[in-house]
Design a binder for this molecule. Structure first.
Ligand SMILES: [Zn+2]
Length: 107
């Protein structure tokens, strides 16, 4: 049985992956659905850029993260803003929309 989640590079999830790198404000690593899970199909388009409503800055993420959102829009509770250098909530009441749309990330 293959694990359902991995880190973005396909390696096993580590206990310390949520540690924040003080230089970037980003986590040490991010969890995604495994390639096998993502291959089962998407319920949303695969979109890699989102805009933080608070600051207006667009952040672009890697394909494995984007495909995880497309497979399971509710997978994440928050995401990183490159403008603010920190993480904020996603979802229907969250702070992010997909770039060029009014559609909330994580909904
Ligand atoms: Zn921001």
């Amino acid at each position: 049985m293959m694990p359902k989640t991995t880190l973005t590079d396909g390696s096993p999830v580590t206990p310390d992956h949520r540690e924040i790198d003080p230089a970037t404000g980003m986590q040490k690593a991010y969890v995604v659905l495994s390639a096998e899970e993502r291959a089962k199909g998407f319920v949303r388009p695969v979109r890699q850029s989102y805009r933080h409503l608070t600051c207006g800055v667009v952040t672009t993420m890697g394909l494995a993260l984007a495909e995880t959102y497309a497979r399971n829009p509710a997978f994440y509770s928050g995401t990183f803003c490159a403008g603010c250098g920190s993480h904020f909530p996603v979802g229907a009441d969250g702070q992010f929309v997909w770039a060029g749309t009014d559609e909330k990330v994580g909904s």
